[in-house]
Design a protein around this ligand. Structure first.
Ligand code: THU
Length: 186
């Protein structure tokens, strides 16, 4: 056994764990996770927040979602003030489809590699509906957002349109992604 390793055996479970120094494991302990998620009225948002939310709602109309009929729009404000928009783009081979957030962030990262995303708004609407549908970024999108926070070393504020004029405001993806994978030095 290497000096930096620790071997733990659980005979009853017939389990042996080799734990390396660099592996941050919390054994037999508790981890408490506190998330700061606010529910606010749309009219209480700042002008910049309202503008970004409106941009996500404008772009969702052009979403390509013939299979789910659930149109999602995302808009990001970069540090420079530039606003970019995108929507979900589905595929007849379902896993090939891409979420609004991921298509947006990929474009932002490729075209504005030095301009940090600061605020991301997300809205959804079912085809034929007038009202907004509830939406929440999927697991893969949360991971994609985390990568951008880490890449630019800055949290991204999320604004999610909810029905009845309510908006969920979240100060950084860590609030939606406990115990996240942020680097490979585990
Ligand atoms: N979708 C998004 O684009 N973003 C989300 O945050 C939730 C889900 C898309 C994926 C798929 O095209 C459709 O919504 C139904 O899941």
């Amino acid at each position: 056994m290497e000096k930096s390793s620790l071997l733990i055996q659980f005979p009853e479970q017939k389990l042996t764990l080799l734990i390396q120094d660099s592996l941050k494991l919390v054994l037999m302990g508790k981890m408490n996770f506190e998330a700061k998620i606010e529910l606010v009225q749309r009219e209480d948002l700042s002008e910049a927040e309202q503008e970004l939310l409106a941009a996500s709602q404008e772009i969702l109309k052009d979403a390509y979602a013939p299979y789910s009929k659930y149109k999602v729009g995302a808009a990001v404000q970069l540090k420079s003030g530039i606003i970019l928009k995108s929507s979900n783009q589905e595929n007849v081979s379902f896993p090939v489809g891409i979420c609004a957030e991921q298509s947006l962030l990929a474009f932002a990262g490729a075209n504005y590699p030095k301009d940090a995303p600061r605020m991301l708004a997300i809205s959804a609407q079912r085809e034929g509906d007038e009202v907004f549908a509830k939406v929440s970024p999927c697991g893969m999108c949360r991971q994609a957002i985390l990568e951008f926070e880490n890449r630019f070393e800055h949290p991204i504020q999320l604004l999610i349109q909810y029905p009845d004029g309510q908006v969920v405001r979240i100060d950084g993806i860590q609030n939606l992604l406990p115990l996240s994978l942020g680097d490979l030095s585990l």
